[in-house]
Design a protein around this ligand. Structure first.
Ligand code: DGL
Length: 270
């Protein structure tokens, strides 16, 4: 098979990576995409780096059996704590979400003060701070974990008073830091954009790591002449490690379209 015809593999700890898939569909509408959501072991955010690395190795091992041309680590936590490790193990082209989000934030900031929010694992790893300061060491980065945002997004608690109160509390310190740019460093946070803007104010530029990652995927495929040329047939396949019903129910909201077929696999075999 011509390499460009192969699918883009995308994985996440569960349903959240569908925000990345949504952006990939928008920017590369004719690509074959194979998604794996590790729904049996979600969430990754509160787990240790060792466990997230171990799970990510299995996730990629599964995707690599599907004959993919590029694998996107859509999960911010896995990108933060496992990407460098994974790149040493696998020969396949791999990319994460941290660098695209960081590059966009550096481009956007005018006052050199950037905020980052994500899961406990992502924030603890300081990987956004390192990636941002690798581009410009003078930039000040202020990062805070907002773990409850994951459940709120999954439970569709989008326009609720409770969500607003939690956001106010989580973001109170960040609000005082005079940032002009805020990175949404978690797959789920794009769903809470409205609440975050309401709390942080309209002047803050929000960086959606999912969107920036899709832009980067497109650039990489173009650079290596790997964009799928045929526009007539393409497929989107979804795999999960626990029962598909809940994934479909929440996933359609994250993806903004119908998910017809989802297959369950035994991730422990990989
Ligand atoms: N996908 C995860 C991330 O972007 C959020 C959900 C989880 O904790 O697994 O960090």
């Amino acid at each position: 098979m011509n390499l460009s015809q192969k699918a883009i593999g995308i994985f996440d700890s569960g349903v959240g990576g569908l925000t990345v898939v949504k952006q990939v569909f928008e920017k590369l509408p004719f690509e074959n995409v194979i998604y794996f959501g590790d729904t049996a072991r979600t969430p990754y955010g509160p787990r240790s780096p060792e466990i997230v690395r171990k799970f990510s190795v299995q996730d990629i091992s599964f995707l690599s059996t599907q004959g993919v041309k590029l694998i996107v680590v859509a999960c911010n936590t896995a990108s933060a704590v496992a990407l460098d490790y994974l790149k040493k193990i696998f020969q396949l082209p791999l990319m994460g979400v941290i660098v695209p989000g960081s590059k966009a934030a550096v481009k956007a900031t005018k006052n050199g003060r950037i905020g980052v929010i994500g899961t406990a694992g992502t924030i603890r790893s300081e990987s956004y701070t390192k990636a941002i300061q690798k581009i410009d060491k003078n930039i000040k980065v202020f990062s805070y974990p907002c773990p409850l945002f994951v459940s709120l997004a999954e439970e569709s608690y989008i326009n609720k008073k409770a969500t607003y109160l939690i956001a106010e509390e989580y973001l109170a310190t960040l609000k005082k830091k005079k940032i002009d740019t805020l990175v949404l460093g978690c797959t789920h946070y794009p769903l809470l954009k409205n609440v975050i803007v309401k709390v942080m104010g309209k002047k803050i530029t929000l960086i959606d790591s999912a969107e920036e990652t899709a832009i980067e995927v497109k650039k990489i495929l173009e650079r290596y002449d790997l964009v799928k040329t045929s526009r007539f047939s393409y497929s989107h396949k979804y795999y999960v490690s626990d029962f598909p019903e809940k994934f479909i129910q929440i996933g359609e909201r994250f993806l903004g379209e119908r998910i017809k077929v989802v297959k369950k696999i035994d991730i422990n075999k990989y």
